[in-house]
Design a protein around this ligand. Structure first.
Ligand SMILES: Cc1cc2nc3c(=O)[nH]c(=O)nc-3n(C[C@H](O)[C@H](O)[C@H](O)COP(=O)(O)O)c2cc1C
Length: 347
């Protein structure tokens, strides 16, 4: 996983079953990392003894070895069980990266998802936490929460951004509403050896207006390019997103007015961005997270060695729903993008 912005460039390295995973980044401002706060942040991504979670528990204790120019964090993989994949040599899991990776380099060993595994989002979270810290020093907050799991719709910024949404992660929660119904939806899928997806919303508050553009392009493009680095993210929409396609201009536009001498917006369907620049309104976006590709249910695939069709039942340890664990990962991705845009403006 590699990304190059205007000021920040990073590479997340390692694979799911390698001895370690890590991240190397250049261009990050020097920040003091609060080890306990970092651990609380990483804990939101850790596997839990919950229906939605893989049973691959990892301590995720990062070792940060930074110099003035290089941010380097390493996390040891301590709970690898490649044997789960022995029966799947040469057999790609439908809709995982396996078959596309085989087309890329001819590989037949798909153990653990290699470099396409969600495991690589742990070091991304360490870098994202450093970016969140740098943003907090500038009065900017990045918050994410689960807004839907499968057909269960919870809280959304479309009904107005609330403190409940913004403080969810800080309280160690992943959704401000309907958690029990969401868990029931996941348990239902898991009982069927199936999986379920959902929607994560992210808000950035305190961001000054006029940030974005630059040589890489719009602020939306920069944020979306990082959001799409997160495995299983299949859609990104800002503000009212795809609903804007069905609106008239008079409904879609966000009216401006003065309130106590300050410019305010009456609503925020643009998601806080116009012309690729922040407009001073809260920046809001939603991402669609697909159902976990690895499922225990019987599926049709192929055997690339024997060159024949094959039915598979995946036995490894997998999340029945990726969504709750992906919330801090999206916060991390958005924080890195926003920090890069601010640094480019010299802020
Ligand atoms: C935190 C996290 C955990 C994940 N866990 C799993 C998993 O247990 N099993 C699985 O098949 N996919 C898992 N994924 C998703 C796959 O890595 C992803 O679907 C796959 O690489 C294909 O990429 P794509 O869905 O973006 O096309 C996870 C993703 C994230 C962000």
């Amino acid at each position: 996983m590699k990304w190059k912005g205007d000021r920040i460039a990073f590479e997340v390295y390692g694979t799911s079953h390698a001895p370690e995973v890590g991240v190397r980044a250049m261009g990050l401002p020097t920040v003091k990392i609060d080890a306990e706060a970092l651990d609380r942040f990483l804990d939101r991504r850790r596997a839990k003894a919950a229906a939605y979670s893989t049973k691959r528990f990892e301590a995720d204790l990062p070792e940060i070895q930074s110099t003035a120019n290089l941010f380097h964090a390493v996390i040891k993989n301590t709970n690898v069980r490649s044997g789960d994949y022995a029966d799947l040599y040469g057999v790609p899991r439908p809709s995982h990266a396996d078959y596309a990776a085989h087309l890329m380099d001819g590989r037949l060993d798909f153990s653990g998802g290699g470099e396409f595994s969600g495991r690589l989002t742990a070091p991304l979270c360490v870098l994202g936490f450093a970016a969140k810290t740098a943003l907090a020093e500038r009065g900017i907050r990045v918050a994410a929460w689960v807004s839907a799991i499968g057909s269960v719709k919870g809280a959304t910024y479309r009904d107005g951004l609330t403190n409940e949404m913004l403080s969810c992660g800080e309280r160690g929660e992943w959704t401000p509403a309907k958690k029990d119904e969401m868990l029931a939806e996941i348990e239902c899928a898991a009982a069927e050896k199936d999986s379920v997806g959902g929607r994560i919303e992210i808000a950035v508050t305190g961001l000054p207006g006029g940030v974005g553009g630059g040589s890489f392009g719009s602020l939306e493009g920069k944020i979306a390019s990082l959001a799409y680095l997160v495995p299983a993210v299949k859609g990104v929409a800002f503000g009212a997103g795809f609903d804007l396609a069905e609106m008239t201009g008079s409904r879609a536009n966000d009216p401006l007015r003065y309130e106590g001498g300050e410019v305010t917006f009456e609503k925020n369907d643009a998601g806080g961005i116009n012309g690729g620049l922040s407009n001073g309104n809260a920046l809001t976006l939603a991402v669609a997270v697909r159902p976990t590709p690895s499922i225990g249910k019987k599926q049709r695939s192929i055997d690339l060695v024997k060159k024949e069709d094959r039915e598979i039942e995946i036995k490894g340890r997998h999340d029945a729903c990726i969504v709750p664990r992906a919330v801090p990962v999206l916060e991390a991705a958005v924080a890195i993008a926003v920090l890069d845009a601010l640094l480019e403006e010299g802020k």
